[in-house]
Design a protein around this ligand. Structure first.
Ligand SMILES: [Zn+2]
Length: 297
C-alpha cells in the first residue's frame, strides 16, 4: 500500500510562516482560539501536535481545503489519559476551508509548545502490502497467523500517512470500520540540513554515531566567582528541606531529548508518547468527517 513520509525542516530555521503548511509541533495556523481544545481531565490547555491538510491520496478529509489538527495534554503525563481515544485528554479537529483563519494561533492559556518540524515535501513509498490485505492488520489472530514476526516488524515505523500501522501493542485497539487508519505519529521527525549545534538552539543535543552515544551541551557562560561558590553551596544542601513544602510544577516542555543526531540523519522531537507511537483513525462517511487518536507504548 502507498504511504507518505514527511521531509521536514526545523521550524525556527525557516522564514516566518506565511501560508498554511503541514507541520508537527509548533503553533497551529488559523485556528480560532475559542476552538483550541482543553483537557477534560485537568482542564488545562492542550498542546498542538500536528496540522495536516486534505490531500486526495495522502489524507482524505472529504473536501479540498480541510485541515486536521491534533492536540494532546502535557500538563500531567501519566495522569491525564492522553493515550486514550475519546478520553478528552487528546483532541482531533477537522476544520473546513472557511474555518481556517490567518496567522499562527498561540495557546489561549498555559500550555507547553512542542518543538516544530515543518513539512517541505511528502515522499510517496510502498510498504509492499496489497490493498486487499489491509484488514489483516487490525486483527491479532489473522496478523500473527498469516505473517511472520519479521514481516510484521518490516512494516514501516515512524511518522507516516496512509498504508497500514506498525503497532506497538494490540492491532485491535482502533475503532472498527467504517473507521480507517489514516496516519501514525512517532515522537521524532527527521529534518533536512545540517544538525543543530547546541549553541544554535541553546540546549543539549544527543548523538548516536557508530556504536557511541553521548550528549553535547551549550557552553555555559562564565559566572562571577562569588555566584559560582553560592550555586555550589546550594547544590550541596538538601534540595527539599522539611519546612519547604513541595509544589507540583506544571510541565514546561514536551520533549525528553529534543534533538537527536544519528549516523543517517537527525531528528527533532515534536511529541512525547512515552517512547511510543500515536495512531489516528478517520471516518469520512459522515459529514463532517471525524477523527480519533490514541497511542501505545
Ligand atoms: Zn490534562
Amino acid at each position: 500500500m502507498r504511504y507518505y513520509k514527511p521531509l521536514a525542516e526545523f521550524g525556527p530555521r525557516r522564514p516566518p510562516q506565511e501560508p498554511l503548511v503541514d507541520k508537527f509541533g509548533g503553533l497551529p495556523w488559523g485556528l480560532d482560539p475559542a476552538a483550541w481544545p482543553r483537557c477534560s481531565a485537568c482542564g488545562g490547555v492542550q498542546t498542538h501536535l500536528a496540522q495536516l491538510s486534505h490531500h486526495p491520496e495522502r489524507l482524505d478529509l472529504g473536501e479540498p481545503g480541510r485541515v486536521l489538527l491534533l492536540f494532546m495534554c502535557y500538563h500531567d503525563p501519566g495522569g491525564c489519559p492522553s493515550w486514550g481515544a475519546g478520553e478528552g485528554a487528546n483532541a482531533c479537529l477537522i476544520l473546513k476551508a472557511d474555518q481556517v483563519g490567518v496567522g499562527l494561533t498561540p495557546p489561549p492559556g498555559e500550555a507547553p509548545t512542542a518543538l516544530e518540524a515543518v513539512v517541505v515535501d511528502w515522499v510517496e513509498k510502498d510498504d509492499g502490502i496489497p490493498p486487499e490485505r489491509y484488514g489483516d492488520f487490525f486483527n491479532e489472530s489473522v496478523l500473527y497467523g498469516r505473517y511472520t514476526v519479521e514481516e510484521i516488524c518490516a512494516i514501516p515505523h515512524g511518522t507516516k500517512l496512509g498504508g497500514v500501522p506498525s503497532w506497538e501493542q494490540s492491532s485491535e485497539q482502533g475503532p472498527p470500520p467504517p473507521w480507517r487508519f489514516a496516519l501514525q505519529l512517532s515522537e521524532w521527525v527527521d529534518c533536512l540540513g545540517p544538525p543543530p549545534e547546541p549553541e544554535e538552539i541553546g540546549r543539549p543535543v544527543s548523538y548516536e554515531i557508530g556504536e557511541r552515544r553521548w550528549e553535547r551541551r551549550p557552553a555555559a557562560p562564565r559566572r562571577p566567582f562569588a555566584e559560582e561558590i553560592l550555586s555550589k553551596l546550594r547544590a550541596w544542601f538538601p534540595s527539599r528541606l522539611p519546612w519547604k513544602p513541595y509544589v507540583h510544577e506544571p510541565r514546561r516542555t514536551v520533549e525528553e531529548t529534543g534533538f537527536f543526531v544519528r549516523d543517517d540523519g537527525w531528528g527533532v522531537q515534536t511529541a512525547d508518547f512515552a517512547y511510543g507511537t500515536a495512531y489516528v483513525f478517520l471516518r469520512t462517511d459522515r459529514e463532517p468527517p471525524e477523527a480519533v487518536m490514541f497511542w501505545q507504548r
